[in-house]
Design a binder for this molecule. Structure first.
Ligand code: AMP
Ligand code: MG
Length: 316
């Protein structure tokens, strides 16, 4: 038993090796445009069980199934008309659609935590797409970090969080979007925003030509969206313009003189999204309380503020 996962280069040989490990029921970390995913064969119950064990993820928290094509999504689930519109507009990309499972879907029941619906996504990252094409089947992949901790945006984060619990890591450098996918569910035909993420509400509404509901009516919910999540070990304070001397101040924009770290020196929300988790990892390693400057809430700022709130939420 080695202490470290195999680090695979993103070459044809590396992808073939990763695909054969998946086919043997092993866990492989893969880069996606959002964060690194902990991939397993979604049809193999033992492989899926390994995901929950490695992350310490509660069994009631379902996984997102990653696919190579929209036809593969249509084969697994009944996509409502609005899902088709969103899939055509944003796939491949950081959008997850939750739709009713078809009969004979073949997925391990734990993937959807026993629900009659399944979460589906076509990632845009070329290495993830190459692995999905080589493997040729559905891949369950939550973020490759211990449950409740900061999401990994580099292979080094994966090694630090999961070590040899993952058989191999396909190394694709740093993730471009840096935030998890936006999750959309459906209340009958009506699209409902379940989790803010890498595609903004404004972009989704423009594609639908309609306002997106986040009134779930109690009918559509996203299990596993806990208040305290994505958490550093240190205390986190938000909307701080005057940090205390002992705090590591994370700035945003040009008006944060003396900030130890910054999400974006120019106040660019896409850059802040890309850097968010890496900056939280860095700040946490400094071993002092963390203070974060205000980040506006429009566009990607909504998802950034959502993740910051979870990082700052009181926890046991
Ligand atoms: P992640 O933790 O980024 O892998 O995203 C998984 C999240 O997707 C879960 O925590 C749920 O909130 C959501 N999700 C997955 N499957 C379903 C489903 N069938 N119904 C509602 N939400 C789901
Ligand atoms: Mg996660």
């Amino acid at each position: 038993m080695t202490d470290l996962p195999e680090i695979l280069p993103p070459t044809d040989a590396g992808i073939a090796r990763a695909s054969s490990l998946l086919a043997r029921g092993k866990l492989v970390a893969m880069p996606t445009e959002t964060v690194y995913g902990l991939a397993a064969d979604a049809r193999n119950p033992q492989a899926v069980a390994r995901i929950f064990a490695a992350k310490g993820r509660p069994a009631h928290n379902p996984l997102i199934v990653h696919l190579a094509s929209i036809d593969a999504a249509r084969a697994l689930a009944d996509l409502p008309a609005q899902a088709e519109i969103l899939a055509c507009a944003f796939w491949p990309g950081p959008l997850t659609l939750v739709a009713p499972l078809r009969a004979a879907h073949g997925l391990a029941p734990a993937v959807s935590a026993g629900l009659p619906t399944v979460a589906l996504r076509l990632p845009a990252h070329p290495i993830a797409r190459a692995l999905l094409a080589a493997f040729g089947g559905p891949v369950a992949a939550p973020s490759a970090n211990p449950s409740g901790r900061i999401s990994p945006t580099t292979s080094a984060h994966v090694v630090a969080g999961l070590g040899a619990q993952v058989a191999a890591i396909l190394d694709g450098g740093a993730c471009a979007v840096g935030l998890e996918s936006t999750i959309i569910g459906f209340d009958g035909p009506r699209a409902v925003l379940l989790r803010e993420g890498g595609i903004s509400r404004e972009a989704l509404e423009a594609a639908l030509g309609a306002l997106l509901s986040n009134d779930t009516n109690g009918k559509v919910t996203a299990p596993g969206q806990l208040a305290a999540h994505y958490a550093p070990r240190a205390q986190v304070r938000l909307n701080v313009t005057q940090p205390a001397p002992e705090e590591v101040w994370i700035g945003f924009g040009p008006d944060c003189p003396g900030a130890a770290l910054t999400l974006s020196p120019t106040g660019d929300l896409a850059e802040a999204a890309t850097r968010l988790f890496a900056v939280l990892h860095q700040a946490d390693a400094m071993g002092r309380p963390i203070a974060v400057a205000p980040v506006p809430v429009q566009g990607l700022g909504a998802a950034i503020n959502d993740r910051l709130k979870r990082a700052a939420a009181a926890r046991e």
